[in-house]
Design a protein around this ligand. Structure first.
Ligand SMILES: Nc1nc2c(ncn2[C@@H]2O[C@H](COP(=O)(O)OP(=O)(O)OP(=O)(O)O)[C@@H](O)[C@H]2O)c(=O)[nH]1
Ligand SMILES: [Mg+2]
Length: 306
């Protein structure tokens, strides 16, 4: 499957809902743009979870362009897509890699968001580029978490550094980077816990891991990727605020976009969280990770709406 096809498959639920909704809007050939039409369109856009603000801006633009005129579906889609692409625009930022020596990536997010799976996907992404990858299983809170990452490491054929359950996660992270340096691997990806006894403990732990990595390699971690679960909708926005308060996150991986019809949430996230979306997760397999591209994303969302 090509990149766009995979994205399309990932956004199938969102596109299907939009397709039905937008077709309903145009039951007759063409439609008069009046306040009733604009309200209906607003409701459709809000249902994608893009946020009231983005939906309002889009509807305002359509009102300004077409009020009192009869339009076809294609006219409306063109304006909606252009506006969303504009709202999603971000500096083209691929992952920041170390200029020399290994790149260290720390991955954070609430429990169940998709961290461990996303790490496997990132590992696959780097392996595809011929890079050597080391994983650090610094989620020592749950024994099953280490097991899960170990299974991925075996499947992908990459090295993994673990510690006993309950041991200091920062020490696991430290050993993972040490191993990366020793073996001259290219990338070290560090998994972290999504839940501890308290939220405060979790945030302190993340901050400590971050500090330890920075002591080993001055620029590390080169990326701190926050994994958000698209199926929890705009919850992700408040999660992002909590995490960025504890560690400086550098980008978002929006996981499980395939599990929701509310793919528009990426717009709300982009608008309200000052972080670039670097990847979207489109399934449970290691290859189900797509670099984020605003234009392709919007096209896939509205695929076949016309
Ligand atoms: N459909 C789909 N499922 C996903 C995706 N990413 C992760 N999952 C699933 O979501 C569930 C949780 O993923 P994990 O990677 O274990 O999440 P985590 O953040 O590491 O969870 P904790 O370690 O408990 O904090 C698993 O069943 C994954 O297979 C995705 O992009 N699409
Ligand atoms: Mg995990």
């Amino acid at each position: 499957m090509g990149l766009f096809d995979k994205l399309k498959a990932g956004l199938k639920k969102t596109a299907a809902l939009l397709r039905t909704d937008i077709r309903d809007l145009f039951k007759t050939q063409g439609r008069l743009v009046d306040e009733v039409f604009l309200q209906e369109l607003f409701a459709i856009l809000v249902r994608t979870d893009m946020g009231v603000d983005a939906a309002q801006q889009t509807v305002d633009e359509i009102r300004a362009a077409y009020r009192g005129r009869v339009v076809q579906m294609a006219d409306i889609l063109e304006v909606v897509k252009a506006r969303l692409k504009q709202l999603l625009a971000q500096p083209h930022e691929p992952l920041r890699l170390a200029a020399t020596g290994p790149t260290v990536i720390m991955v954070a997010g609430v429990n169940g968001a998709g961290k461990t799976t996303s790490i496997a996907k990132l590992a696959r992404y780097f392996l595809n580029q011929g890079k050597h990858v080391v994983l650090g299983a610094a989620d020592t809170f749950r024994a099953a978490a280490v097991e899960q990452l170990t299974i991925w490491a075996q499947r992908l054929g990459v090295q993994i550094i673990t510690g006993p359950a309950g041991s200091d996660p920062a020490s696991v992270a430290h050993r993972a980077v040490a191993h990366t340096l020793e073996t001259q691997a290219d990338v070290c990806i560090v998994d972290t816990a999504g839940r501890l006894q308290t939220q405060q403990n979790l945030m302190q732990q993340l901050a400590k891991i971050h500090r330890v990595l920075g002591k080993q390699i001055p620029e590390a971690p080169h990326e701190v990727l926050l994994v958000l679960d698209a199926t929890t909708g705009q919850n992700g926005i408040s999660q992002a605020r909590h995490f960025t308060a504890a560690v400086k996150c550098t980008g978002i991986i929006l996981a499980k976009i395939d599990g929701t019809a509310k793919g528009g949430v990426v717009v709300a996230i982009r608008q309200q969280v000052g972080l670039p979306v670097k990847f979207v997760g489109v399934g449970e397999k290691a290859e189900d990770l797509e670099p984020f591209d605003a234009s392709a994303f919007v096209d896939a969302m509205f695929d076949e709406a016309g």
